[in-house]
Design a protein around this ligand. Structure first.
Ligand SMILES: [Zn+2]
Length: 125
């Protein structure tokens, strides 16, 4: 049985975000990286989440914190609201520890290093 990709594309995980989890250079756009990061929350791929931070903000991250945020919630659905070349606005729908429905709404900023996209953080307007 193939698993549908958690990012919401009508494709199997194997032929969608898992390809990017195996090779970050396969995310040709910021949105593809964003989708793969959401899928990484859903499947608990903490190394991928850590490694796809841009080096300027990666040094502020802790794998343990990423892991507890990923694992204490149940990731239900990703909704892309808008994306530009270097930003993605999305809503991540999840259930918290008490199984209450929550929405994380974020506009994310991405930057390339040698043609590879990295997640910088939230855009502050
Ligand atoms: Zn996907």
């Amino acid at each position: 049985m193939n698993m549908k990709c958690p990012c919401g594309n009508e494709q199997d995980f194997k032929s969608c975000c898992e390809l990017i989890h195996r090779d970050i250079s396969k995310a040709e756009t910021a949105e593809k990286l964003m989708r793969a990061r959401y899928a990484a929350f859903a499947v608990g791929n903490i190394d991928f989440l850590y490694d796809t931070f841009h080096p300027t903000t990666r040094r502020l991250q802790h794998k343990k914190e990423i892991e507890s945020w990923a694992k204490q919630n149940k990731w239900m659905q990703l909704e892309i609201l808008n994306s530009t070349r270097s930003s993605v606005e999305f809503k991540a729908h999840y259930l918290d520890q008490n199984l209450d429905a929550q929405v994380h709404h974020e506009k994310s900023k991405f930057k390339q290093i040698q043609h590879i996209w990295y997640y910088v953080g939230m855009l502050i307007n």
